[in-house]
Design a protein around this ligand. Structure first.
Ligand SMILES: [Zn+2]
Length: 84
């Protein structure tokens, strides 16, 4: 494992279970939310990407989560990098 508090990636991964626990009850939503980070990074394969995208189109909770996750990531991206 890389140094655990090294940067935004740690926080991105950490954010997913937080969103999962607070807003989503259905198994499908949990599955989608678990993939949102990969969705944003465009690392999903085409069928998975399409599945997430289709779910987001019909699920307000998940699309809100995507929005918040994107916002969080863009904020993190703007943080000055400090050396430890
Ligand atoms: Zn959903």
């Amino acid at each position: 494992m890389k140094s655990s508090l090294a940067g935004p990636q740690f926080l991105e991964r950490a954010a997913v279970p937080i969103f999962t626990n607070t807003m989503h009850q259905s198994d499908e939503c949990r599955r989608i939310v678990a993939r949102l980070t990969d969705f944003l990074e465009a690392t999903l394969d085409a069928p998975a990407h399409q599945e997430v995208s289709a779910h987001l189109a019909q699920c307000t909770a998940c699309s809100r989560t995507l929005h918040e996750l994107r916002l969080t990531i863009s904020l993190l991206g703007r943080l000055p990098k400090h050396k430890r």
